[in-house]
Design a protein around this ligand. Structure first.
Ligand code: SF4
Length: 466
């Protein structure tokens, strides 16, 4: 999985200059937030559902080895072939091998963050196999060589006029209108034939049921249903943390997920399939169980709760940082608060050290998370790890200097006296707005209150070492 190529503050600063992005984000996130609040309000047992979701996920992670073997056994008994993939390269190799074995130079894909995480499309393209995105927003991004900026609404940063112009250049030269219905129809016409001719479909999975070997995909457009039913061969890639123990557990998550993601009572399409059924759907099913850093995350007792995530995106929609910077600033397929805690753990904190700092720690993400992931706690935990891993010598020296000053009252008083003299040229109307480097790192984005005048009792205190 690719990590950020630049630090979050640098990328965020650039994205903040995009007024169109901020306006799109503001509209979309406030609409989804309001819808979510309405449908959550309807459920008297919402908090109990959150507790149940959290408990089920904790149980799965605590007994993952058992559930994975049970899942494999159930899948095999139902006629599927199970592959274990340590990393993205191994998972991609399975898909390429299956496509080659069936003479397919194109596969049709359901929207899947897991396949984005392992860069499946690029890997297949390098082997002459085109992975066609069939989700409307993902298709837009693919046609324009762009990438997702929101878990649920990947093209949130594009407007409909841009999309019409893109379609004119690519799949629908005659299109003139930017009406949503016309744009959707153009994509539908383009995709329909590809669905019917596809030899291989590729999907992720929202859930895998350990006791039955059932896979579950929830979606809104019906393209997922096409991909998982029309091609004679299907490959489903599922992160090992996506299991639930029993079929009955789906009841909890199929209430939590749609309400938290799209603000709907249920998803328009919920597809469930168990192995292979003669004469009905794909006659060959491959299931790839993907690790790709997850067992390393599991080792961290605080950080492992990031693996509870059901990718609803509710935390993105309430985050004051995400709603201003958008998803690209996070430099990975997992943006927003969940990206800030999941990406550094999957790829190693040393490869994304600034992401845990991409938060004001307001706690809104924790309040909306349907599976009660304590994101602020994990952020603080990862900040500590980040400082340990890559913290600069200057920062350490500064902190130990501050510790030394605070260690004795007389030192603090002396430092304050010196500070009052040094700050004089910078105080305007009772506020410090600009300081020279390196202190400008603070005043570039916020004002600083000056050191308060000395209290008479401080100035008269003679005891230097209390
Ligand atoms: S961390 Fe929670 S709120 Fe955020 S995407 Fe995951 S499940 Fe949803």
């Amino acid at each position: 999985m690719k990590g950020p190529t630049e630090s979050f503050p640098v990328a965020a600063n650039r994205e903040l200059g995009n007024a169109q992005l901020r306006s799109n984000l503001g509209n979309a996130t406030s609409t989804i937030r309001a819808k979510r609040a309405r449908v959550v309000e309807e459920l008297p047992d919402w908090e109990a559902l959150r507790d149940a979701g959290s408990a089920i996920k904790a149980d799965v992670l605590a007994n993952l080895d058992t559930y994975l073997l049970q899942f494999e056994q159930a899948l095999t008994a139902a006629g599927a072939t199970v592959h274990w993939a340590r990393d993205g390269a191994e998972a991609c190799a399975v898909v390429a091998e299956v496509a080659r074995a069936h003479g397919a130079d194109e596969v049709v894909k359901v929207k899947s963050l897991t396949t984005d995480e392992i860069e499946l499309n690029a890997t297949l393209a390098a082997q002459g196999i085109h992975a066609l995105e069939t989700d409307f927003a993902e298709l837009i991004l693919q046609l324009d060589g762009d990438w997702s900026s929101h878990i649920l609404v990947p093209a949130i940063h594009r407007n409909r006029t841009e999309i019409r112009d893109l379609f004119q250049r690519t799949i629908a030269p005659d299109i003139t209108s930017d009406e949503p219905g016309v744009l959707a129809e153009a994509a539908r016409v383009y995709l329909r034939e590809r669905f019917l001719n596809a030899k291989v479909g590729v999907s992720g999975a929202n859930f895998g049921v350990a006791e039955t070997g059932t896979l579950c995909v929830v979606e809104s457009e019906g393209n997922g249903r096409m991909c998982t039913t029309l091609p004679p061969v299907l490959v489903s890639i599922i992160g090992i943390e996506k299991l639930v123990p029993s079929f009955a557990d789906l009841e909890v998550f199929l209430q939590l997920l749609p309400r938290s993601s799209t603000g709907e009572r249920m998803n328009p399409y919920t597809s469930l399939w168990t192995g292979v059924t003669e004469g009905d759907g794909p006659q060959e099913l491959h299931v790839v169980l993907l690790d790709n850093g997850r067992t390393r995350v599991l080792e961290d007792e605080v950080g492992r709760q990031a693996l509870h995530c059901i990718r609803c995106s509710a935390c993105l929609n309430v985050c004051p940082v995400y709603s201003r910077t958008g998803g690209h600033a996070y430099g990975s397929v997992y943006p927003g608060p969940i990206g800030a805690i999941l990406t550094p753990q999957l790829i190693g904190i040393e490869n994304a050290p600034s992401l845990p700092f991409a938060s004001s720690l307001c706690g809104a993400c924790y309040e909306v998370c349907p599976v009660k992931i304590d994101i602020p706690r994990v952020l603080l935990h990862l900040r500590e790890k980040s400082v340990d891993a890559v913290g600069g010598r200057t920062e350490r020296a500064a902190m130990s200097g501050v510790g030394w000053v605070f260690g004795r009252a007389w030192r603090l008083r002396l430092a304050q006296r010196i500070g009052r003299v040094l700050q004089r040229p910078f105080v305007r109307d009772g506020v410090i707005r600009r300081l020279p480097p390196p202190l400008s790192a603070w005043t570039d984005s916020r004002d600083l209150r000056p050191i308060a005048p000395a209290h008479p009792s401080d100035e008269n205190s003679g005891n230097d070492d209390e």
